[in-house]
Design a protein around this ligand. Sequence first.
Ligand code: HEM
Ligand SMILES: *[C@@H]1O[C@H](CO)[C@@H](O)[C@H](O)[C@H]1NC(C)=O
Ligand SMILES: CC(=O)N[C@H]1CO[C@H](CO)[C@@H](O)[C@@H]1O
Length: 328
Amino acid sequence: MLVPVQASCLVALLLLLLFGSGIHAQLSPGYYSSSCPNVESIIQQVMLQKFKITPNSVPGTLRLFFHDCFVDGCDASVLIASTASNSAEKDAEINLSLAGDSFDSVIKAKAAVEEKCPGVVSCADILAIATRDLVVLAGGPSWTVRKGRKDGKISQASRVDGNLPKPEQSVDQLTKLFASKGLSQTDMVALSGAHTIGFAHCKEFMSRIYNFNSTHQFDPAMDPNFAKDLRLTCPQSVDPRVVANNDVTTPAKFDNVYYQNAVRGVTVLASDQILHSDARTRGLVTAYAGQQGAFFAAFATAMDNLGAVGVKTGNQGEIRKDCSRFNS
Ligand code: HEM
Ligand SMILES: *[C@@H]1O[C@H](CO)[C@@H](O)[C@H](O)[C@H]1NC(C)=O
Ligand SMILES: CC(=O)N[C@H]1CO[C@H](CO)[C@@H](O)[C@@H]1O
C-alpha cells in the first residue's frame, strides 16, 4: 500500500513542479474560443461606448482590477455587494474611493456577454478584458489577456487590510507586498505607471504639503512650486471630496509622463516619489521616463502577471450570473 501513495505523491510533486511554478499555467488566451468566440469584441464595443461617455472609467476600472487581484486574487470578489450579514470587500474603507463608474463598466459588459453566451464567461475575466481595452483607449499599450478565471465565493471587507499598498509605505514594504503576490520590483515600478491617469484625494498626500517634519514645511523631494500649487488645491480644511490629478501634466492620457514627473519631483503620492528617491528603483524610473516604449512593454508584461495573481480555476470558483452577487 505504501508504493501507490509514494507514487502518487511523486506525480503530484511533478505536476506541481511542471505547472505550479508557472503563474500562467492555468490561464490561456483562447479559453473561450469555442464557448464564446466573440467575447473580446463584445466587451470592446461596450468599452468604446463607456469611454466616450465617461472617460474617467479608465482609471476607475484599472484601479478596481488592481484591488480585486491583490485581495484574494483576480476573482471579481471586489464586485460583490454587501448584504445584511456580510460586509463585502468593496465596502472596506480603502475602497471608499473606487469609482462607481468602474463597477458599471463591468456590469454593462457582463450584460452584453450574457446575451450572446449565457453562463459561460466569468466576471473576473470580463474585468481583466475591460481593463485592457480601456487602457488602450486612453492611449496605453495592448496585451493579450489570458482567460479562464473563476469568480470567487468569498468577499469580505476584513480581508482587505494589509493586502493593498499605502502611499506612506517604503520601497521595502511595497516590494515585500508585491513579492507576496508573486510580483517583482520591476512589475511594481511598471504597474505604478498606472498613476499616469486618474486622481487622488487630498488626504492621501496632505502630510507631504503641510508640516512635513520639524525642519521642512513640505516634502523636500517635491518641487517647491508644485507643493504650492497643491496647497491651493488642498487647503488645510479641504472638502474631503476634492482631488488632484496623479499626473498633473497629461492627466487623462496613458503615457510615460508620470515617470518624467517623478524625475522632477512632481508626483502627488509619496509612494510615487520614493520610486525615484530610492536608488534601487531610480534606474527603472529614469529608463521609463526616457523611453515610452520601454514603459509600455514592461507595463503589458506586468499587467499579465497581475492578472494571474491568486486565480481560481475549476471548482475553486463559479461563473457568476450577476457580478454583484454569489450564485447561491
Ligand atoms: C505601488 C503602490 C500603490 C499605492 C500606494 C497606490 C495608492 C493609490 C492611492 C492612494 C490612490 C488615490 C485614491 C483616491 O484618493 O481616490 C490611487 C489611485 C489610483 N491607483 Fe494606485 N496605488 C498603488 C499602485 C497601483 C497599481 C499597481 C495600479 C494599477 C495597476 C494602480 C492604479 C490606480 C489608479 C488608476 C488610480 C486612479 C483612480 C481614479 O482616478 O479613480 N495603483 N492609488
Ligand atoms: C525631515 O525630512 C527630510 C527629508 O526626508 C530629512 O532630510 C530631515 O532630516 C527630516 N528632519 C527631521 C527633523 O526629521
Ligand atoms: C463604489 C463603492 O461601492 N464604494 C463603497 C466603498 O465603501 C464605502 C463604505 O466604506 C461605501 O459607502 C461605498 O459605497
